[in-house]
Design a protein around this ligand. Structure first.
Ligand SMILES: Cc1cc2nc3c(=O)[nH]c(=O)nc-3n(C[C@H](O)[C@H](O)[C@H](O)COP(=O)(O)OP(=O)(O)OC[C@H]3O[C@@H](n4cnc5c(N)ncnc54)[C@H](O)[C@@H]3O)c2cc1C
Length: 556
């Protein structure tokens, strides 16, 4: 167990300290029921159950003896995560997918276990729902514990404010991968580390894996492949349903599709959660009265989809679809193809940028599109600017105002009333740490390597203000992710996908409001023309569309 000195007061938010839920002891009756799905095995002391980096690891329940789950750091230090005794079980979230496992396990003494194979584990969770619930809670808490204690982690070495360091850190965080950041701008140990691996500053950031492999400024896809985040795809499988995009809409389609028996695969170019995954707190999603972070919501939805058997291909973008063949042929960014009988496009939208010189240069080096705890940490005790008048800008301003010295909220229009929910407008006006500047736009961005100064103009009186601001949050709405569709299906003049919803009286359109102009292809969520751009509506459309897919598949 991690760092539990008697001087450290118990931390109620630390999942490892919620021992009874994180490492529960099953009743004898539960163990007996699990026995029906697996086989008994005797393990001599020292034998390995699995090693870090393995894929497709089985599930084990300890009958007697002890099984140690451990991790080894770069310096070879052996760190014990937990020792499982009788009636305890191994595993964490990777049991629901085919990613590489983060930790190793061995029998400490002679032990007897029940080994349950992957496929049988899925059956066990489905049939024995009360036990499945205990597993699910434990697995989520264990993953949160691994992240918090950086166990099973990789090390990211680079300047903390560097654009590529932030990109990789964001990618690891959003994919729930434990990691340690060695900030070369701040950490006194960084020099020794760079010397040891013979790294120069221009090769940063680097990702150092458990086996001492060093990836120099890798792309997200290279990181995903090296860490085994990407599942192996079988080119011979024809899926009933391919979902493109794992935002709230795509994840909902995956949960409902897979739970209703469709062979479902989801392709996601970055990380599950989509735009919602970048929101620090979603307060209007039904059932979460105190709000939930987009990432927590996405993490749960991902596990839920995988529990029902959906496959998730993370860090794999779809770059084309052949609408003329059946089953459809989808082209991946690595050149491979996948076949599917029906397609749900849930590729959402991406952020708008500002038309100001140097904007692209400072993206990720002071210009952010999300305001989560990670970005807030970069701006503690500093002044920041939030640009935009929509709900996402309002939420960002409120969230940041709790951590930073002051927030300047810049909008081009005369007020917030037309574009923002009233509850947010009230809170912004009431906050002494937010200044709302209307009729205002940014005209200058300056800095050596990272953003240092921002200049804005008041458009009515022409007055210019230059401030030492190093972080700007561009919350300007989004444009649809449909470039990859080329000419395959009908789009509106802004690039959003036109669905039957827009043609209620035309018979050539399918009865589903989410049917696109090509039969068998559906569009949901933010990418769909005329959709309500909200988490709940994307989730609703993702669940409802499955009924239309059943109808389409049974008719063809
Ligand atoms: C900062 C912020 C805060 C927000 N807060 C709220 C809120 O509090 N409440 C609320 O209701 N709404 C909120 N929204 C809006 C809400 O997040 C969106 O309406 C919702 O996420 C839309 O879901 P979606 O699944 O349609 O698309 P998205 O969330 O945009 O997800 C689309 C996914 O598809 C992936 N993708 C795109 N192209 C491809 C491709 N070619 N191949 C594979 N994958 C691809 C993307 O990487 C992305 O993950 C917020 C938005 C932002 C940006």
């Amino acid at each position: 167990m991690a760092d539990e000195s008697p001087l450290t007061p118990p931390d109620p938010t630390d999942p490892y300290q919620r021992e009874a839920q994180t490492f529960p002891t099953l009743t004898d009756d539960m163990v007996e029921r699990i026995g029906a799905f697996g086989m008994h095995e005797a393990l001599p002391a020292g034998s390995m159950l699995y090693s870090r980096g393995d894929r497709g690891v089985d599930f084990f329940v300890v009958l007697d003896g002890e099984v140690e789950v451990f991790d080894e750091t770069e310096s070879g230090e052996h760190r014990v995560v937990h020792v499982h005794g009788a009636n305890e079980f191994t595993g964490e979230l990777d049991l629901f997918n085919n990613r590489r496992i983060l930790v190793s396990a061995r029998a400490l003494h002679d032990a007897r276990v029940i080994r349950v194979k992957r496929a049988d584990f899925r059956r066990l969770v489905a049939v024995e729902a009360d036990i499945g619930e205990i597993f699910m809670r434990a697995f989520i808490l264990r993953r949160v514990g691994l992240i918090r204690h950086a166990q099973g982690a990789v090390t990211l070495v680079g300047p903390g404010h560097g654009g590529d360091t932030l990109r990789i850190q964001r990618f690891l965080t959003r994919n729930g991968y434990p990691h340690l950041l060695l900030d070369t701008e701040r950490d006194p140990d960084a020099k020794g580390f760079l010397n040891c691996f013979e790294l120069s500053l221009d090769q940063l950031p680097v990702v150092v894996l458990g086996d001492d492999t060093v990836l120099r400024n890798p792309t997200n896809a290279q990181v995903a492949d090296a860490l085994g985040l990407t599942e192996d795809l079988d080119p011979n499988v024809i899926y009933d349903l391919a979902v493109i995009g794992a935002g709230p809409g795509g994840l909902a389609a995956a949960v409902y599709g897979a739970s209703e028996g469709l062979a479902t695969i989801v392709f996601e170019s970055l990380a599950p959660g989509g735009q919602a995954g970048t929101s620090s707190k979603i307060e209007n999603y039904l059932g979460f009265p105190t709000g939930i972070s987009g990432q927590a919501l996405a993490g749960r939805a991902q596990v839920q989809a995988q529990k029902f058997g959906a496959r998730l291909a993370i860090s794999r973008a779809i770059v084309g679809v052949d609408c003329a063949v059946r089953p459809f042929r989808l082209e991946l960014d690595d050149g491979r193809t996948v076949r599917a009988r029906a397609i749900v496009i849930a590729s959402g939208a991406r952020y708008r940028t500002l038309d100001v010189e140097n904007f692209a240069r400072f993206e990720g080096q002071g210009i952010h599109y999300a305001a989560t705890a990670m970005e807030a940490n970069l701006c503690v005790r500093q002044e920041v600017a939030v640009v935009g008048g929509g709900n996402s800008a309002g939420q960002a301003a409120m969230f940041l105002s709790r951590a930073v010295q002051h927030v300047y909220m810049l909008v081009r229009g005369p007020s917030l009333a037309a574009t923002m929910s009233d509850y947010l407008v009230q809170r912004i006006h009431a906050s002494p740490r937010i200044t709302l500047l209307t009729h205002t736009e940014i005209v200058g961005l300056e800095g050596e390597r990272t953003l240092e100064h921002v200049t804005w103009t008041q458009r009515v009186n022409g007055e210019q203000t230059r401030k030492p601001i190093a972080n700007v949050f561009a919350m300007l709405g989004a444009q649809p992710n449909t470039d990859w569709l080329k000419s395959c299906i009908e789009l509106d003049d802004k690039g959003f996908i036109v669905t039957a919803d827009a043609h209620p009286n035309e018979s050539r359109w399918s009865p589903s409001p989410y049917a696109a102009s090509v039969e068998g292809i559906f569009a949901i969520g933010d990418v769909r023309a005329g959709s309500v751009k909200r988490v709940a509506s994307a989730v609703g459309e993702g669940s409802v569309v499955i009924q239309a897919i059943h109808q389409y598949l049974s008719a063809h």
